[in-house]
Design a protein around this ligand. Structure first.
Ligand SMILES: Nc1ncnc2c1ncn2[C@@H]1O[C@H](COP(=O)(O)OP(=O)(O)OP(=O)(O)O)[C@@H](O)[C@H]1O
Ligand SMILES: [Mg+2]
Length: 308
């Protein structure tokens, strides 16, 4: 059964997608793991790191994206996940495809769907009413659990790229994952919410467990914090800027062994590779080669394989 990892931070622009993509590609390309990427962010960035807009539009028409899968789930129809999995969407040179990376693509139209209908509210509600609400709370959050039930045994790693919020789809990801990984730029504004994020996930875990008890179901468990990965660390000359190294030390003192030893640095090669829908080590430019030389994501993957 696959290990399921969700890349989460309600802060935007902190390399969640870049990390999910590069880690997934390295696991598949160099470590020969079977990898499924799931894009649940309506910005559709992970999808477009894997494929062109034209390829995605064809795919959207037939068989459809995660949006169609979600609608099937809501309608109570079996999702039939395999039908929607895009096998080897990343085009390499010579008509080859990146091996072993599969994708569930996202869709901008998922935006309006990310709204929960159920919550446990009301003054002295009856037991029957409470149970009904608990069932609804769980149903809204178990779409990705069903997806993974259907295809989890076909993969070694399933990597979910979350939007920059903790709304319904992210809650789905937390319930479906074994671990969540938080990416953070080591500066004041990007790290200020780390404690809050961790607390929110634990609160969600408690709420969903209560819902499971009320609904007479098995325990519903949210993912554990799997790690904090520092990204886009700024280098001045040959060394890390003081502000970033001080902030990393501060976060490490709170989260200790949860922080990855490796980090990524701010390098234009990542942006250039993204514009060509390729991981940095497969993109041919001077800046991409400079980034590749640093072996940042390969080192993150080595740590990740040790952890999970
Ligand atoms: N190490 C890096 N060096 C330079 N640019 C980077 C690096 N990592 C990511 N980027 C760039 O930063 C931007 C934001 O990255 P990304 O989209 O991965 O963040 P995100 O957290 O997924 O954002 P969102 O919250 O909007 O989903 C992108 O343009 C990406 O190419
Ligand atoms: Mg993103």
């Amino acid at each position: 059964m696959a290990k399921v990892l969700a890349f989460i931070n309600y802060k935007g622009g902190v390399a969640k997608t870049t990390s999910a993509y590069h880690i997934g590609c390295w696991l598949a390309g160099r470590k020969e793991k079977r990898v499924l990427l799931i894009d649940i962010d309506p910005q559709t960035n992970l999808t477009f790191l894997c494929a062109s807009v034209g390829d995605w539009e064809r795919r959207k028409r037939n068989p459809g994206t995660i949006l169609r899968m979600y609608k099937r789930y809501v309608d109570g129809t079996p999702i039939d996940t395999k039908r929607y999995i895009w096998q080897e969407p990343i085009r390499l040179r010579d008509r080859r495809r990146h091996p072993r990376v599969h994708l569930i693509p996202c869709d901008i139209d998922l935006i309006g769907e990310d709204v929960a209908t159920g919550s446990i509210v009301g003054v002295h509600p009856s037991m029957a009413k409470l149970k009904e609400q608990a069932v609804s709370v769980l149903r809204d959050r178990q779409f990705l659990c069903r997806v993974i039930d259907e295809v989890g045994s076909d993969y070694d790693y399933i990597i979910i790229d979350c939007p920059p919020n903790l709304y319904l789809m992210t809650q789905n990801a937390l319930l479906a994952s074994d671990y969540y990984i938080v990416t953070a730029i080591p500066d004041h504004l990007s790290t200020i919410g780390l404690n809050t994020l961790h607390r929110k996930v634990r609160e969600m875990d408690k709420m969903l467990n209560s819902a499971a008890t009320l609904a007479g179901r098995h325990q519903a468990r949210c993912a554990e914090l799997g790690g904090i990965l520092f990204v886009r660390v700024r280098i001045g000359g040959q060394v890390m800027t003081n502000a970033h190294s001080n902030k990393m030390a501060e976060v490490r003192s709170t989260f200790e062994d949860k922080c990855f030893d490796t980090h990524t640095t701010e390098l234009i090669g990542y942006t250039e590779a993204a514009a060509n829908s390729l991981p940095v080590w497969l993109h041919d430019s001077e800046n991409a080669r400079r980034a590749t030389k640093k072996q940042e994501y390969p080192k993150v993957v080595d740590e990740l394989l040790e952890r999970f």
